[in-house]
Unconditional design. Structure first.
Length: 514
């Protein structure tokens, strides 16, 4: 064979092999996405750019519809905006289709638990753990393994949904057995749920070896001490009045930890032998209230109130309950009774002020805030800022806002050392009150650049301040700088987790920005 022919044959073979490799590579699906939109979205989350993060996660889903992390991260954004229905609508259609849906089921269960839809929460939990065993590889988005507290909170939906005390105990005991957890919270709950078997209960209590110093440590320590004392007393005396007292203490701890059904069952047994004790009805009423069984809660709390009309806790729960049942007048009357009996309790006054605000009785809400401010407590600055916001948003009392701002900036000793977020709030209120006052008196003299500069000072202190971003967006729209206006309005929407300005910001973007 001639040399030239040989070279041509070799080249032909190389070309064929090359074409085959190229064809094979082009036909083989990529193991790794061309671009990691989930990581991009997480970076946006770290800077609280929720709109951009949302867009990235949607791109990730379009790129790979089997990426459960993208669905979970996107649903977390909806949850932060309190749009639980949107999160559910996103997750439900894909949860049953993906091969590994444990994290999606867990996310759905978490959402339904927050909504107190315990039957639905239980439904999705059982898809994860049909034999009451939590998979070792269960993950929740970026948060890693689910914690003991998540297990106990979510699996308590079994208990709250259908009064399945035994099944709930089994869920928790199985988790403890498999994980060997010494988590204080979980073992205290296991002790409480096993209160009837004192040896078992004490064995769980003995596993409480540490406390999480960052999460409710004082409540946990108090509950632990009370539990140990009550268990010892119950073991020593199983009959008579002391036993009922100990059982009531167990029930109170259960209800405190939101294990309402066993708490209610225990307290009902005690009530059957103690029919005229107001605190028992109060406790059971709170349990029903936390279960969202408002009719039964109302019966018990009214019974408690009839036995003791001066119990502050009963009055506060009744006032909240009347408000939730849309009996606003009764709610006001009950709150008034509570604050007249206990005028020095700022918690009651604050609760009342917030209820009045929610029900759009702004002038009455202002009165309660003025009472709170007059008490000159450690929360004085917080109450003044809340009052100034009502003046700005609902009452249009700009002079009073300026008085409050002056007091905070010049007479409040803690202003210098206060958090940047607090200073940003105060500066924003001051700037916008001055702007609105000038708008009503001398609109022709308004210098928008001056107000833009002042609002920017707030954003230097706190770039995530919703009001500052919204007001700055408004000012730029007035200046016909629609690019900047839209940018700041979109930021206000991103940071507006309470949806206070979102609707108005969207309306400005849709109607005024071209």
């Amino acid at each position: 064979m001639k040399k030239g022919v040989f070279v041509i044959l070799v080249l032909a073979i190389v070309v064929v092999i090359g074409v085959t490799v190229i064809f094979f590579m082009s036909s083989k699906p990529n193991d790794k996405p061309l671009y990691d939109y989930v990581s991009e979205g997480i970076k946006f989350l770290e800077t609280k750019e929720y709109s951009n993060a949302s867009l990235s996660f949607k791109k990730a889903i379009n790129q790979n519809s089997s990426d459960s992390n993208a669905y979970i991260e996107l649903s977390n954004i909806y949850i932060q905006k309190n749009d639980y229905n949107l999160a559910i609508d996103l997750l439900k259609p894909v949860a049953d289709k993906l091969e590994n849906s444990s994290s999606l089921y867990y996310q759905l269960a978490s959402i339904y638990f927050k909504l107190k839809s315990y039957d639905k929460a239980e439904e999705y939990l059982l898809k994860i753990a049909p034999e009451y065993v939590v998979p070792n590889d269960l993950r929740l988005g970026r948060t890693g393994d689910i914690s003991s507290k998540d297990v106990v909170k979510l699996f308590s939906s079994t208990l709250n949904a259908k009064d399945k005390n035994d099944e709930s105990k089994k869920l928790i005991e199985t988790y403890l057995e498999n994980s060997k957890s010494t988590d204080a919270y979980l073992n205290i709950i296991a002790s409480l749920l096993n209160y009837a078997s004192l040896d078992t209960s004490n064995s769980y209590y003995s596993r409480v070896v540490s406390f999480d110093e960052t999460d409710g440590v004082e409540i946990l320590k108090k509950a632990s001490d009370e539990l140990k004392s009550t268990l010892d007393k119950t073991k020593a005396d199983t009959k008579g009045e002391l036993a009922d007292t100990n059982k009531a203490n167990i029930a109170r701890l259960l209800i405190q930890f939101n294990f309402n059904t066993p708490g209610i069952n225990i307290i009902s047994d005690v009530i059957s032998r103690n029919l005229e004790f107001d605190l028992l009805y109060q406790l059971r009423g709170i349990g029903y209230y936390q279960k969202a069984d408002l009719d039964k809660a109302l019966i018990d709390l009214e019974k408690s109130n009839s036995l003791n009309p001066t119990s502050e806790e009963t009055l506060i729960y009744l006032a909240r309950l009347y408000d939730q049942k849309s009996n606003v007048q009764k709610s006001i009357e009950t709150f008034e009774q509570a604050v007249s009996l206990y005028p020095n309790n700022e918690f009651s006054l604050h609760d009342y002020a917030k209820m009045l605000y929610k029900d759009e009785m702004y002038s009455k809400s202002v009165i309660q805030y003025l009472k709170l401010i007059a008490k000159n407590t450690s929360k004085l600055s917080e109450y003044r800022i809340e009052l100034a916001k009502i003046y700005l948003d609902k009452v249009a009392n700009y002079d009073e806002i300026l008085v409050i701002v002056n007091e905070l900036q010049n007479k409040w000793g803690g202003y210098k050392d206060s958090l940047p977020e607090v200073k940003a709030d105060i500066n924003t209120l001051d700037t916008w009150a001055r702007y609105n006052k000038e708008l009503t008196t001398k609109p022709e003299l308004i210098n928008l650049d001056t107000y833009i500069a002042n609002i920017n000072k707030s954003l230097e202190l706190d770039p995530t301040n919703v009001r500052a971003n919204f007001y700055l967006g408004e000012l730029y729209v007035l200046k016909k700088d629609f690019v900047k206006g839209k940018s700041y309005l979109e930021k206000s929407i991103d940071y507006d987790l309470q949806n206070e300005f979102t609707s108005e910001a969207n309306n400005i973007i849709e109607t005024k920005i071209k």
